[in-house]
Design a protein around this ligand. Structure first.
Ligand SMILES: Cc1cc2nc3c(=O)[nH]c(=O)nc-3n(C[C@H](O)[C@H](O)[C@H](O)COP(=O)(O)OP(=O)(O)OC[C@H]3O[C@@H](n4cnc5c(N)ncnc54)[C@H](O)[C@@H]3O)c2cc1C
Length: 515
């Protein structure tokens, strides 16, 4: 599908002059990320009037700054500062037109059959068979140009890691990404200025607008309205992105509501609305794939900041029974490097940053238990989450594996991402250094790129929020279509799962309402 001549039909706070706005639509979609954009397009294509409300700003690609520190302020939830209540896990999410797909690294995996089978056995999702899902994976892979990286896109650091994997006879996985002809700038996390990343901003949202959908940016949904047990629309407010002052109240009257605000905001909107929670599961079962990067220092300059953000992965231990961790290479820009390794300030820190060009990193990301909870308490968003002891052991196993690969790749020494200084000087030290690590909150610099769960899908209304077709068990015509649906953590980067599930749910909405 071409992105040529596609335009967004978008209003921002600047365009809104009235203090109150009432809009009638066939469908209102909350959030314009992976789940929201796909539903907006598929439903608008049916000739229905679709209105998309997005809390974040509209930032055209031409205005992206190729600096993560700046992008955090304009494209990320809470300016990149969203974290669990302990403050030891940063939970990154995009908050802009296009959602997290604008800032993500575009690495794509099909949902492993393992999880589809598990969800069938334990959550009654008999409909999501590998056969059915493969049709949806094919569809989104075609629409979003999800292809294996070309050889020339492999970053310099990834090539070093590839040498290490070959030496250790470990099978590397070649990344598949929703990127066309990568510009190899290494700035995925700051938004793709060249529009080669096939995010929702340059694909499904313009396609939806071509079918008449309207998007309101800077427009935060505060509650979902219901009448007679059915969704009837939403209340929202237009917020000036600079002053944070509420500029207008918006009511959208629509008989179908698609909630796709992501796994932190979707449960909060339901909690604020006081609906869809007869199971008590709204906000529960939160997982987030905590990750830690090991930084490897080389004796020479590597300059690992050009090329695909992710070039390769190792998934030999990713399924829970095999260990529960995946390794991903990632180019490392200075802002990330600055807080990953040498802690504190002073001479050691300056010496480390002076050698930033000599560093590469390898990420360990774990398949975590769904132990967290998102709640709205006393007017405050809370993410209650601690890395579980069992998950911490998976992380340690992953870090050891990771460390061996980095030494085989030619690293002279490694930094672990701890708040005190932890260095591994040789292969012989790997086990002793990592074995002494304890599961202590706030000692590690965890980053989560993949919040999930919180409105899980399932056949049993007593322990799930939506049914196997994405509709709330309690409120008819209220559909949820985002990463909050996942019944369990999947251990693999989840965007393709969200794309495929959202395409499926859009079809179910059409079947149930428009045919
Ligand atoms: C930095 C980063 C890197 C990542 N890299 C990868 C990767 O390489 N591969 C991969 O598979 N996954 C990656 N992900 C994760 C992936 O992008 C997400 O899993 C996916 O986008 C989730 O889709 P979603 O629809 O649930 O939410 P999102 O795409 O986050 O969209 C939710 C949208 O809802 C909006 N919203 C929130 N509250 C409201 C409200 N009250 N009213 C209106 N709108 C609201 C938000 O502003 C946001 O735009 C990454 C994520 C990040 C942040």
């Amino acid at each position: 599908m071409s992105t040529q001549n596609n335009k967004l039909n978008i209003k921002t706070a600047k365009d809104i002059q009235d203090a109150s706005l009432i809009i009638d639509a066939d469908v209102v979609v909350i959030g314009s990320g992976a789940g929201g954009a796909i539903n907006a397009y598929e439903l608008a294509k049916q000739g229905k009037k679709v209105v998309v409300l997005e809390a974040g700003p509209y930032v055209p690609s031409s205005e992206f700054k190729e600096m993560m520190a700046v992008a955090m302020g304009s494209l990320y939830q809470d300016e990149g500062g969203q974290s669990n209540t302990h403050g030891d896990v940063t939970v990154l999410q995009g908050a802009c037109v296009g959602g997290s797909t604008v800032v993500n690294a575009a690495l794509c995996f099909r949902t492993p059959d393992y999880f589809l089978n598990l969800w069938k056995a334990e959550h009654g999702l008999v409909n999501l068979t590998p056969e059915l899902m493969s049709g949806y994976f094919d569809k989104v892979e075609k629409n979003l140009s999800i292809e294996p990286n070309a050889k020339h896109e492999t970053s310099i650091g990834a090539n070093l890691i590839l040498n290490g994997l070959n030496k250790l006879a470990i099978e590397p996985g070649v990344a598949k990404r929703n990127i066309r002809d990568c510009a190899m700038s290494g700035f995925c996390f700051s938004g793709c200025k060249t529009d080669r990343k096939q995010s929702m901003l340059v694909t499904y949202l313009p396609w939806a607008c071509n079918h008449g959908a309207e998007i309101y940016a800077d427009t935060r949904v505060i509650r979902i309205n219901t009448a007679n047990g059915q969704a009837s629309g939403v209340q929202a407010e237009v917020v000036d992105p600079k002053t944070k002052v509420v500029k207008a109240q918006v009511t959208v009257n629509a008989p179908i509501v698609v909630l796709a605000a992501g796994p932190i905001q979707s449960p909060i909107i339901l909690q604020k609305s006081g609906i869809a929670n007869s199971s008590g599961q709204v906000g529960k079962n939160f997982a987030c794939h905590p990750s830690l990067s090991v930084t490897a220092m080389f004796d020479k300059e590597v300059n690992d900041f050009h090329g695909a953000t992710h070039s390769l992965y190792v998934d030999t231990h990713t399924l829970p029974e095999e260990g529960g961790y995946i390794l991903l290479n990632a180019v490392q820009e200075p802002v990330e490097a600055s807080f990953q390794a040498e802690p504190g300030t002073g001479k050691n820190y300056v010496a480390y940053m002076e050698k930033y060009r000599n560093s590469i990193r390898l990420i360990t990301l774990v398949h975590d238990e769904n132990v967290g909870e998102v709640r709205f308490k006393d007017g405050v968003k809370e993410i209650l989450y601690e890395v579980d002891d069992h998950d911490f052991e998976a992380m340690k196993a992953g870090l050891k594996f990771n460390a061996r690969i980095l030494f085989a790749s030619g690293a002279s020494f490694l930094y672990l991402p701890t708040s005190d200084r932890t260095v591994i000087n040789s292969v012989d030290e790997i086990d002793s250094v990592i074995d002494q690590l304890k599961n202590e909150p706030a000692r590690y610099r965890y980053t989560s790129f993949h919040p999930q769960g919180t409105c899980r899908m399932g056949a049993d209304p007593a322990n799930s929020v939506v049914n196997p077709y994405g509709e709330s068990h309690d409120v008819k015509k209220l559909y949820i279509s985002d990463a909050s649906l996942l019944p369990t953590s999947i251990g693999y980067n989840p965007s393709e799962t969200v794309y495929a599930l959202s395409s499926y749910i859009a079809d179910e909405i059409i079947k149930a309402n428009f045919s």
